[in-house]
Each structure stands twice: as structure tokens, then as C-alpha cells.
Design a protein around this ligand. Structure first.
Ligand code: ADP
Ligand code: MG
Length: 220
């Protein structure tokens, strides 16, 4: 579902990722870890084509990401849900509108949008917050809204960058449980985190980045 082959990426003269190859199979939930600055965020940005590699190939959900034309990038993005650490919710729009936004852009019928949005709000347990504004929600609730927004268009791949970075242990458990549920329904999930607690004991695959390379792969 996600395949990198011999990917190298540098900024100016600094090589950040060197000769990275791995495959995440359809239906997997896997982690990328490594110290701060190891290139985790860059790796995810390469996958959703916010960055271009210097060398190598990236395939996502059947697309050769490098070969996409500017006008076909939206087709890739529609199949990718992305969870950012800093939430990026629109503060002056309701929870409902934040989640509905992408579906409106896709031209979905309002009644169908309503059904989809309320369904994902149910999934994350926040149906009663539909008409609240993000700044009035707790950090844990905001992250669950971000998750709802990421899955509302039923992506085949979900990417998450430090999704629990700002959360306390209880909210971290809740959010991780949601990732597992989403994965159990068939979505391929790739989570970047420097928090070992997130993957230890999960039995899931963990890719360790260190000094620009894959140091090792093991299970959490
Ligand atoms: N846009 C950018 N321009 C220049 N350097 C960058 C840019 N983005 C990231 N870097 C550098 O690339 C390295 C990896 O960063 P990043 O992917 O954010 O690591 P991580 O997410 O593992 O903390 C760091 O040294 C960072 O300073
Ligand atoms: Mg990062």
C-alpha cells in the first residue's frame, strides 16, 4: 500500500534521509520512530507529496507519487487521511464544518455529508460536540476531531505525525484505540512518533530511523 524504494532526501546540503526502502502492506498498522530530527516528518511529507525526493521511488495506493501531475495530486490526497500534531482545525468554524469541508470540496450532497460527518463523530465519541468551536474543546477532543476529519472521506491510508504529542496518557490511550479500530476496518495506518510507549507492547511493526538511515525494524 505504501512502498519506498531507495529514497534519498536532502535540504540544501544536508542529507536527511538516505537510501530508505520499506513496504507497508495493505491493512497494516505500523510505526516510524527515531529521535527528534531523524526525518520522520519528512518521510510522511514525501508520502503525501508535500516534498519530493532527490532519488528513489514512492508508491502509495497504486500511484507512483513522483509521476503525479499537479492536477492529479488531489486524487492521491483523497485516498490519504492525514493527522497532524498541531491539529490545524479552523478555529472559527464548527466541528461539523471542519469535518465537512473536504466532503463539500468533493461536491458531495449535503444530506450525505451530514450522514458521513455524524458517523465519524460517533466513531470518535464526540457527536454532541458537532456545533462547538475547536478552541472550546480540550486537547484530547481536538485530536479526536482531527482523526474524524482524516477518516471522513474513507481513505485507504491514514498517516499520523506525532498524533499524541500534546496529549496526556489517558487521551493517548483513547487516540491509539481509535487508530486500532480504524485499522481493524481495513485502513492502512502509518504513525510517526518519538514516543516508545506508543508502540511498545502493540506487536506491530516498528521502523527505526537513525542518522538518516533505517537502523532496524522490529515489533513493538
Ligand atoms: N523545510 C526544511 N528545510 C530545511 N531543513 C529541514 C526542513 N524540514 C526539515 N528539515 C531538517 O530535516 C531534519 C529532519 O527533520 P524532520 O523530518 O522534521 O525530523 P523528525 O520529524 O524526525 O523530528 C532536521 O534536521 C530538520 O531540521
Ligand atoms: Mg517530526
Amino acid at each position: 500500500m505504501i512502498q519506498l524504494s531507495n529514497v534519498t532526501k536532502s535540504y540544501d546540503d544536508q542529507v536527511v534521509l538516505r537510501d530508505i526502502s520499506f513496504t507497508i502492506e495493505k491493512g497494516e498498522l505500523a510505526f516510524i520512530t527515531g529521535p527528534s530530527g531523524a526525518g520522520k516528518t519528512t518521510l510522511l511529507r514525501l508520502i503525501y507529496r508535500a516534498e519530493r525526493p532527490d532519488k528513489g521511488h514512492i508508491f502509495v495506493a497504486g500511484w507512483d507519487v513522483e509521476k503525479l501531475k499537479q492536477r492529479t495530486i488531489p486524487f492521491l490526497r483523497r485516498n490519504l487521511g492525514i493527522v497532524f500534531q498541531d491539529f490545524r482545525l479552523l478555529p472559527n468554524k464548527t466541528v461539523f464544518d471542519n469535518i465537512a469541508l473536504a466532503l463539500r470540496i468533493h461536491g458531495m450532497h449535503p444530506q450525505e455529508i451530514r450522514e458521513h460527518v455524524m458517523e465519524v463523530l460517533d466513531d470518535v465519541g464526540l457527536r454532541d460536540k458537532a456545533h462547538n468551536y475547536p478552541p472550546h474543546l480540550s486537547g484530547g477532543e481536538q485530536q479526536r476531531i482531527v482523526l474524524a476529519r482524516a477518516i471522513v472521506s474513507k481513505p485507504s491510508v491514514l498517516l499520523a505525525d506525532e498524533p499524541t504529542g500534546n496529549l496526556d496518557p489517558e487521551n493517548t490511550r483513547t487516540v491509539m484505540k481509535l487508530f486500532k479500530e480504524i485499522n481493524a476496518r481495513g485502513t492502512t495506518v502509518l504513525i510517526a512518533t518519538h514516543h516508545r510507549d506508543l508502540f511498545l507492547g502493540t506487536g506491530r511493526r516498528v521502523i527505526h530511523l537513525k542518522d538518516t538511515r533505517i537502523e532496524k525494524e522490529d515489533t513493538g
